[in-house]
Design a protein around this ligand. Structure first.
Ligand code: CTP
Length: 399
């Protein structure tokens, strides 16, 4: 979603400056136009040539350099930026901004821009926890500057604690979030994702191919759009989505309990999980040994979570998924009505580019009035965006 966004990246003089090379690369890969400003101290940690090569743009280091452009650099950079990011940000630049000082290209650009500013502090733990630095950060936060908290860990100076540059994925996600309109602010969205695992004995379980990607994409996008998100997830290999309340579960029974305990607080419930319909009727306490033989496994039904939610939902919006391999529309429509959903996302997993493991999906969104929106093949994050658009339209029907 950062395609064609104009990012001004300020780099200040800290050891983490080398990580801003990777950050630049990430933004460029996503299609953003990145202009880098380096303070004089930053150039002692990493060369402008590295940043110039990676950003595919000139690197700005000197306030009074004549670049041949008509406008002076701090004004043109300040005006063109969709967002200004400072990563890593030292105690010095934070102090300068908090005091309104503008004595080099980066600090003057900060003062001159109307774009949102994201500051990613990275410094020694004692500096980060120093009262004056805390006061400066609090002051800037109250003036709508954005911060990503530094990570904890071993620092280059040998101490341990907060001060590491936050993981680059968190910085990128925060940039995405800042640049996304907050049209779901005030909504509390409960999302389920991933498969469930139904244990047979201590080392075996029954599950399905769900990767969790669709549900996680919904959690990421809903949070970017300003919603408070709770994600209840079965076992997946995906990283916890930044900024969401995350509840890890394993079996359908655990997922059901977590949904029931959290649904009252929500305004929208999206059930993207691929819940196992059956579980082994008997859970063996010990590993089942092959020598004893096993001619069959008796299964019993798991609770149908969404049906229970459908009965108790009140005026909450309930969205389900239908994973089908035949009669897609008819099966999906029946599920929506039977389980009292407001919308159902129908998904024919036999199509190439759709389904569990894929990064893309091909879905149809059906509503209770008989309407159907057919989406083309899209990245799951874009599918998530369109599902949220549709949910918004159900909440605020067009007159
Ligand atoms: N679901 C659920 N609890 C279950 C099974 C499914 O909450 N025990 C939810 C899923 O999260 C999804 C919707 O119900 O949102 C439809 O799931 P799906 O597996 O397609 O349908 P089933 O109702 O299980 O029907 P069938 O297996 O017969 O297709």
């Amino acid at each position: 979603m950062l395609k064609d966004k104009k990012i001004v990246l300020g780099i200040t003089g800290g050891i983490a400056a080398y990580k801003s090379a990777e950050l630049t690369r990430e933004f460029v890969k996503m299609g953003a136009d990145v202009k880098v400003i380096m303070t004089e101290n930053a150039t002692k940690f990493i060369t402008p040539l590295t940043l110039q090569t990676l950003s595919e743009n000139p690197v700005y280091t000197d306030m009074f350099l004549l670049t041949g452009e008509v406008k002076i650099d701090h004004i043109s950079l300040a005006e063109e930026a969709d967002i200004l990011i400072i990563a890593p940000a030292t105690a010095n630049i934070i102090g300068k901004i908090a005091s309104g000082l503008a004595d080099d290209l980066l600090s003057t650009t900060v003062m001159a821009t109307k774009a949102p500013i994201l500051i990613c502090p990275a410094m020694n733990t004692n500096m980060y926890t120093n009262d004056i630095v805390r006061e400066n950060i609090n002051k800037l936060t109250s003036k709508n500057y954005f911060f990503v908290e530094p990570g904890h860990g071993e620092l280059a100076c040998g101490t341990e604690g907060p001060g590491r540059l936050p993981p680059l994925e968190d910085i990128v996600e925060e940039v995405e979030s800042i640049l996304t309109e907050k049209d779901l602010a005030g909504e509390k969205i409960l999302i389920t994702a991933g498969p469930t695992q139904e244990p047979l004995d201590p080392v075996r379980y029954i599950t399905n191919y769900s990767s969790g990607k669709m549900g996680y994409a919904l959690a990421i996008m809903a949070r970017r759009r300003g919603a408070e998100v709770t994600l209840i997830s079965g076992p997946t290999s995906l990283p916890e989505p930044f900024g969401a309340t995350f509840l890890q579960v394993s079996s359908a029974i655990e997922m059901g309990d977590a949904v029931m305990n959290n649904m009252n607080d929500s305004t929208i419930i999206i059930k993207a999980a691929a819940v196992a319909d059956f579980r082994p009727a008997i859970l063996s306490n010990n590993k089942i040994k092959k020598g004893n033989g096993l001619s069959n496994v008796n299964l019993e039904r798991n609770p149908d979570i969404i049906s229970e939610v459908g009965r108790k939902k009140g005026d909450r919006i309930l969205v389900g998924f239908a994973v089908e391999t035949e009669n897609l529309i008819e099966n999906a429509r029946n599920k929506m009505i039977e389980k009292n959903m407001d919308l159902i996302v129908a998904n024919d997993v036999t199509q190439h580019g759709a389904g569990f493991q894929s990064d893309t999906n091909i879905v149809k969104i059906l509503d209770r009035e008989g309407g159907m929106e057919e989406l083309p093949i899209l990245d799951k994050i874009m599918v998530a965006n369109r599902i949220l658009d549709r949910i918004k339209a159900v909440k605020v029907p067009k007159v």
